[in-house]
Design a protein around this ligand. Structure first.
Ligand SMILES: Cc1cc2nc3c(=O)[nH]c(=O)nc-3n(C[C@H](O)[C@H](O)[C@H](O)COP(=O)(O)O)c2cc1C
Length: 349
């Protein structure tokens, strides 16, 4: 599926600002490929960004959709109180914790209508009928999975490839359902273990994702059977990324550990430790996207104040090893490192 790429590295879709059309365009120009996130965007903004990305990439790009889950009946009162205390620090009100589907049906209509060549889904598998619609428009379907069971379900719906997300990954876990009794929402598989387990039960192309920031990591997942590597955190500090300045500073300082939390959105996600993550995670209910809307004004106000302590600082476990510079220079470095790593394992032949 990725045989035509000069270098099988994909820029992960990163909603909330980091993945700009310029970042995707630069990664494509450097021989890889990028995915435009639709998460949290209005239809109008998503459409404009799709058009811009198509222009900058000559039509070689992907788009990413959030599959809506069911509405959680969890009691939000206590979390709302705690978020109110955070809001008061910044002189704002918490948001209304409403459920919505992130305009999924309309966003799916749009990618079908625009004939986006690669469409990746997270937080669930599209139905077989939805997969068929993408196929009829000439597109290929990728589904993010975090376990062998999710891989089976995605394959049964007709996915063309699976994005295998290890527990090292930054941002939200792609979990189809969030098991509220588990702090991480379900079993945490390391990327290599998950690649091997899923590779043993499907012949679909696999895209490896989670903690990959060095060319040796890319070489390692290709050796383990992946067709491509999808990197998020490796591009967070790229010049073309839309990453907020306080987050860029926290990444560069590399002084925080990462952990899973539902405190910001109601779904488990990996981010750098800060005050909200440390104080509000333990009792945060599994209620996505209600908690996302609740925390939104607080995150925005903290960002405006240049204060990382109440922002969602999504990052993968290996973020201290990620560099900065132009996206082209990052891809070039990855390519040289991957080549050197391939040379090192040549003695196994
Ligand atoms: C800031 C950020 C935002 C993300 N947003 C999305 C998203 O919108 N859709 C998605 O499928 N994955 C999203 N992810 C997860 C990535 O697709 C990918 O699994 C992850 O970045 C891989 O781990 P790494 O960051 O260690 O490379 C996001 C990750 C980060 C760090």
């Amino acid at each position: 599926m990725f045989e035509d790429l000069e270098f099988p590295v994909l820029a992960a879709p990163m909603a909330g600002g980091p993945s700009t059309p310029e970042l995707i365009g630069a990664v494509t120009a450097a021989g890889g490929l990028g995915f435009l996130p639709s998460g949290y965007l209005s239809i109008e903004t998503f459409e404009a960004k799709l058009a811009h990305t198509a222009d900058l990439t000559g039509g070689r790009y992907g788009a990413n959709l959030f599959v809506p889950g069911s509405r959680s009946a969890a009691d939000l009162t206590a979390h709302r109180e705690r978020m109110l205390a955070e809001a008061l620090r910044y002189g704002v009100e918490p948001g209304e914790p409403a459920w919505d589907d992130d305009e999924y049906p309309a966003k799916l209509d749009l990618v079908v209508q625009r004939q986006v060549p690669l469409v990746s889904f997270t937080f669930g598998a599209p139905t077989s009928a939805e997969v068929q619609r993408v196929h009829e428009a000439g597109g290929k379907v990728l589904v993010s999975v975090t376990s062998p069971d999710e891989a089976d379900l995605a394959a049964s719906r007709g996915a063309d490839a699976l994005v295998v997300q290890g527990m090292e990954a930054g941002g939200h876990r792609a979990l189809f359902t969030d098991d509220a009794t588990d702090p991480a929402g379900g079993e945490q598989y390391g990327l290599l273990a998950l690649l091997r387990l899923i590779g043993a039960r499907t012949s679909l192309p696999l895209v490896a994702s989670g903690g990959l920031v060095h060319g040796a990591d890319v070489a390692a997942v290709l050796a383990a059977g992946a067709s491509a590597a999808q990197l998020g955190t490796a591009f967070l500090q790229a010049t073309e990324a839309g990453t907020a300045d306080p987050q860029r500073r926290a990444l560069a300082e590399a002084g925080r550990r990462t952990a899973f939390t539902r405190a910001f959105s109601g779904r488990p996600a990996r981010g750098m430790m800060n005050r909200v993550l440390s104080d509000l995670s333990a009792d945060a209910p599994a209620a996505y996207p209600q908690l996302h809307h609740l925390s939104k004004p607080v995150r925005a106000a903290a960002g405006r104040a240049g204060d990382p302590e109440a922002m969602s600082l999504w990052a993968g476990q290996t973020y201290p090893l990620a560099g900065d510079g132009s996206a082209a220079s990052i891809v070039e470095r990855l390519r040289a490192e991957a080549k050197a790593a391939a040379g090192r394992i040549d003695r196994l032949r």
